[in-house]
Write a protein that binds this ligand. Structure first.
Ligand code: NAD
Ligand code: MG
Length: 393
């Protein structure tokens, strides 16, 4: 039996993870669950999975959860705050940690899981974007296993030779082809983008996801963050990663070898496939995902991304090339700008402008320590908040 901690269990990835786990009761045991504020859903998850620990980051929410579980599930220990997250990420009885908190809030607990040498199932791409080198060093030092949950990176992992850690050139890989759906606005008239609403932006054509990543998909910042994520996971640089627009989201990504072979991973767009893959690797388990119906797929399209339409993709690649704290600044400014857009304070087209101005406003430093990374995160949030105020006036 593998013990599992699910960080961010009430979110889209968290719910899909519990769905896969519930299909294999003899194989996995839920040790801990965590959420920010959603007491209702957490109560139901605790009653269904009977974890040892449940963490609510919000103190009031933790008190409410403890109250609700007192009668029906008194054995569940309710913890509060960030300290609780770090604790359940590194428990000795936990083997696998699903890192599915959204945004920079996931950095410390995800890092704690890596330090504790767990199998880290990484959905929280923002943590790796912020702390790339530090995070990968911790993984190597502790002997943690890092398995990507992001569908593209999970696909790339599946198409890589097992010894890709020796270096991509060493193992004959020429480049990574990262597919992108292009989101809901890939074909919208450019002039219409300034007036799109949050509801239109979160309505992703192929995937059902949390609100923040849905907006990231609409701006293609998601693909930008994923280029950075791929650089760290596969020890490469943006010059060896080609983003390929593929509206159907059936080819989840590809690896091209020096002999001209291209290996792809295909499947229905359902996150339970990469979750099941990473949970059971190197074995395979059922995920509940239906077979891909090749006769219903009339065609698969591929085209180059349009950088004029998607400035966020360009900004992310430039931040990775600049290095140091630039990706952390990019990420923090994006979180502030997306939140402001979702709250109706700025326009969709203000998002890249706020990020670009934040990158210009915050001096780049090395990103060797957590302190340097967190200082950049705070400075970028301050800059972005000021820019949001200016844009919303
Ligand atoms: P979501 O918004 O649906 O869920 C987020 C989870 O994080 C919730 O459980 C919430 O309680 C928790 N959370 C939010 N703020 C928190 C905070 N400040 N402190 C602690 N916990 C907090 O998000 P999601 O769509 O499940 O995405 C989670 C992560 O997975 C993101 O990093 C996203 O980029 C990545 N990801 C998601 C998908 C997808 O299909 N949803 C695909 C690839 C990668
Ligand atoms: Mg993805």
């Amino acid at each position: 039996m593998k013990g599992i901690t699910v960080l961010g269990s009430t979110g889209s990835i968290g719910v899909s993870t519990l769905d896969v786990i519930a299909r294999h009761p003899g194989r996995y045991r839920v040790v801990a669950l965590s959420a920010n504020t959603q007491v209702e859903r957490m109560t139901a998850q605790c009653l269904a999975t009977r974890p040892e620990f449940a963490v609510m980051v919000d103190e009031d929410a933790a008190a409410q959860l403890a109250e609700r579980l007192r009668g029906p599930a008194p054995e569940v220990q309710v913890l509060a705050g960030l300290a609780g997250l770090e604790r359940v990420a590194s428990l000795p009885q936990t083997d696998h940690v699903m890192a599915a908190i959204v945004g920079a809030a996931g950095l410390k607990p995800t890092l704690a899981a890596a330090r504790a040498g767990k199998r880290v199932l990484l959905a929280n791409k923002e943590a790796l974007v912020m702390s790339g080198r530090l995070f990968m060093d911790e993984v190597r030092r502790s002997g943690a296993e890092l398995l990507p949950i992001d569908s593209e990176h999970n696909a790339v992992f599946q198409c890589m030779p097992p010894d890709f850690g020796r270096g991509l050139a060493e193992v004959g890989v020429r480049r990574i082809l990262l597919t992108a759906s292009g989101g809901p606005f890939r074909d919208a008239p450019l002039a219409a983008l300034a007036d799109v609403t949050p509801e239109q932006a979160v309505a992703h054509p192929n995937w059902s996801m949390g609100r923040k990543i849905s907006v990231d998909s609409a701006t293609m910042m998601n693909k930008g963050l994923e280029v950075i994520e791929a650089c760290w996971l596969f020890d490469t640089d943006p010059a060896h990663i080609q983003v390929v627009l593929h509206p159907q989201s059936v080819v989840h990504s590809m690896v091209e070898y020096v002999d001209g072979s291209v290996l792809a991973q295909l499947g229905n767009p359902d996150m339970r496939t990469p979750i099941a893959h990473a949970l059971a690797w190197p074995e395979r388990i059922a995920s509940g995902v239906a077979s891909l119906d090749f006769f219903a797929l009339s065609h698969l399209d591929f085209r180059a991304p349009d950088l004029a339409r998607f400035p966020c993709l360009r900004l992310a690649v430039a931040a990775m090339e600049a290095g140091g704290t630039a990706p952390a600044v990019l990420n923090a400014a994006n979180e502030i700008a997306v939140d402001a857009f979702l709250n109706g304070r700025v326009r969709f087209t203000d998002i890249p402008a706020i990020i670009e101005a934040s990158l210009a406003a915050v001096a780049r430093s090395e990103a060797d320590t957590l302190e340097q990374i967190l200082a950049a995160d705070v400075a970028a949030r301050d800059a972005a908040v000021r820019l949001v105020e200016k844009a919303s006036r």
